[in-house]
Design a protein around this ligand. Structure first.
Ligand code: SF4
Length: 485
């Protein structure tokens, strides 16, 4: 321990937390009575010295009972999931290679599981592990490939962090980091993921706190404080740290999360099947006071209002004019633009889109789109291209965690005056990264679900147009035939 570190001793249970500047990164460790705690770096210390301070911690008997009950229940009831291996007791002889493989699997699954349902993740996880079975394989993949594999899971920053993290770990050559403090240095690995990897793959005795753990603990201890409040968050970490089993930390952490996922669910907890119901304060309170429900815990937090944005997406299809005399259906390409490397959907491809300051009518939207196309791609119907078709296709709302984005979708089919290649070559590459892709490539590309929705709308529209025009052509042909006969 270095000289800047502080030590706190106590005969009572106590805890200490360290944090990054962001409150969500609190990562306390606490074990049992008379445990030594260390302050990491320049972070802060929270010491509970008085009995009043510790009234919310579990007593030794409760700790023992909860550990035993939860582990027994987990051994019998855990769901079979592709990222779960044998129980810890059965993998004592695991080689470093096996541990690293396990750590990699835990890492990928935990990142995928953030904000995504287990059933959805299973398929993605299996495909991912087939393509990149080890961290070394992943480190060689391009971000483009990783994004493609991730397409549809949302929150693409997670995919980027996995890619960057794998590259960093492999480049450093020291193997998969095996402790929370080493894991926290990897891009995108926060305290939760670090705790999960360290405890499950490397048996470090550290807790994890996610939404499921918060729900179980807030019911076990009937904690009515705001679960998002920084002090309450510290309390959850302290409680989880107190409970984690020193012999089977990974299994214990998974058992706590599993309980929250399948028994102690948000709306209808199955308390009669709960292995730790005897210790549950929320349940006991609800039995004695009909006005209290176990579901009153954790306290519901009023969500911050979502931002409402409006955008105009223009699907630009360029008909290739290789040879004017060709009669067959011309090939076409679609214009795609890469989003900036920072911010929402960083580095992902989309159709040319602009954010509008406010709701605007079709004329105003087209004016803004035209100006963007002219400025960024030198596409100007007055000069170098002609409009074959321009249609307003519709609109939809795409919801991100903090933004409701209303997207107006337009299809713009253009034919360039002169050869397509000439236009490509004349383009000033500027600051925007863009490319043109054929429709079959577009269908197989990994696109975000929002971009895919835009493309699907356009495809449906074209299909409808095609059907309508073929019906009217048939009608015209039939009436012509009738006139001739
Ligand atoms: S008894 Fe009910 S409320 Fe309490 S932890 Fe178990 S399932 Fe959750």
């Amino acid at each position: 321990m270095n000289s800047n570190s502080s030590l706190v001793w106590s005969q009572k249970p106590l805890f200490l937390a360290w944090s990054s500047p962001e409150l969500k990164h609190y990562s306390p460790i606490a074990l049992t009575n008379s445990t030594l705690f260390e302050q990491k770096g320049s972070l802060f210390t929270l010491t509970m010295k008085n009995p009043e301070d510790i009234e919310d911690l579990f007593n030794d008997k409760e700790v023992k009972t909860i550990r035993t009950s939860l582990l027994q229940w987990y051994d019998r009831n855990q769901r079979e999931l592709p990222w779960r291996y044998e129980n810890e007791s059965e993998c004592e002889s695991e080689s470093d290679f096996d541990k690293e493989r396990r750590a990699y699997g835990v890492w990928v699954s935990e990142v995928m599981l953030q904000q995504t349902r287990v059933q959805t993740v299973i398929e993605y996880y299996n495909r991912w592990m087939k393509k990149w079975p080890t961290i070394h394989h992943l480190s060689e993949a391009s971000l483009e490939e990783v994004n493609e594999m991730w397409a549809g899971l949302g929150y693409y920053r997670r995919a980027r962090f996995l890619s960057e993290g794998a590259k960093m770990i492999v480049a450093e050559g020291g193997g998969f980091p095996g402790t929370v403090s080493a894991l926290r240095k990897v891009p995108g690995i926060g305290n939760y993921t670090a705790g999960a990897i360290a405890s499950i793959a490397f048996k470090e005795v550290v807790p994890v706190v996610d939404g499921n753990v918060i729900r179980v603990l807030s019911r076990q201890k009937a904690i009515s404080a705001n679960p998002k409040d920084s002090l309450t968050v510290k309390k959850f970490w302290a409680l989880a740290a107190q409970l984690v089993d020193p012999c089977r930390p990974g299994d214990f952490n998974q058992s706590l999360m599993e309980l929250g996922a399948v028994i102690c669910t948000p709306l209808n907890p199955d308390c009669t099947s709960c292995p730790v119901s005897a210790q549950c304060r929320a349940l006991s309170m609800s039995k004695h006071d009909n006005s209290v429900l176990v579901t009153d815990f954790p306290t519901k937090v009023v969500k911050t209002k979502q931002r409402h944005d409006i955008s105009s997406a223009c699907v630009v299809e360029i008909l290739e004019t290789k040879d004017e005399s060709e009669e067959k259906q011309p090939n076409s390409v679609f214009l795609l633009v890469k989003r900036p490397d920072e911010g929402l959907l960083a580095g992902l491809w989309e159709f040319p889109s602009i954010i509008l300051k406010e709701e605007a009518n079709l004329t105003a939207r087209r004016k803004a789109t035209d100006s963007f196309l002219k400025k960024s791609f030198n596409l100007d119907p007055k000069k170098n291209c002609s409009i074959v078709l321009r249609e307003d296709v519709g609109e939809f709302v795409h919801v991100f965690s903090h933004i409701r984005l209303r997207i107006h979708v337009e299809l713009l089919i253009l034919r360039l005056k002169g050869r397509t290649n000439d236009w490509f070559e004349k383009q000033d590459k500027g600051t925007i990264t863009w490319k043109c892709v054929e429709s079959n490539a577009l269908s197989s590309m990994g696109l975000t679900s929002g971009v895919r929705k835009v493309y699907t709308m356009v495809q449906k529209f074209k299909q409808k147009e095609l059907t309508t025009s073929s019906i009217s052509t048939r009608k015209r042909t039939n009436s012509k035939k009738q006139r001739c006969s």
